[in-house]
Write a protein that binds this ligand. Structure first.
Ligand SMILES: [Zn+2]
Ligand SMILES: [Zn+2]
Length: 101
C-alpha cells in the first residue's frame, strides 16, 4: 500500500499544509487513525503551550482578599484575610506608614 501527499487545511489558522506520504506512513505505523488537524507550526505552538509554563496563573497565584484602606479609604487587595479591629492599608499608605514609623 502506498501513500500520497495530501493537502489538509489547518483547523487553527486555516493554512493549507501537506500531510506527506512519509508522515502518513509514520502515522499508520504508530497506529494513529486520525489525520492531523493542524499545520506543523500550530502543532508546535500547542505543544509549547501544554508543556511549557502551561498552568501559570491558576493555583500559583496568591489569593487576594478585598479590603478597604484604613488610612485613605481606598479599595485595595491584601494577601491575607482582613480581621476586624486590625487596620488594613493599601500599598501606598502601607509604604508611607512604614517609612514614617
Ligand atoms: Zn495552523
Ligand atoms: Zn491607602
Amino acid at each position: 500500500m502506498s501513500f500520497q501527499d495530501k493537502s489538509i487545511q489547518c483547523s487553527d489558522c486555516g493554512a493549507t499544509f501537506t500531510f506527506s506520504a512519509e508522515e502518513q506512513e509514520f502515522f499508520q505505523s504508530k497506529g494513529y487513525t486520525n489525520e492531523p488537524k493542524r499545520c506543523p507550526s500550530c502543532r508546535e505552538a500547542r505543544k509549547a503551550q501544554r508543556s511549557g509554563s502551561g498552568n501559570y496563573g491558576y493555583r500559583s497565584r496568591r489569593q487576594m482578599f478585598p479590603a478597604i484602606c484604613a488610612q485613605c479609604g481606598k479599595e485595595t487587595e491584601v494577601p491575607f484575610e482582613p480581621r476586624e479591629g486590625r487596620p488594613v492599608y493599601c500599598s501606598d499608605c502601607y509604604n508611607k506608614i512604614k517609612l514614617s514609623g
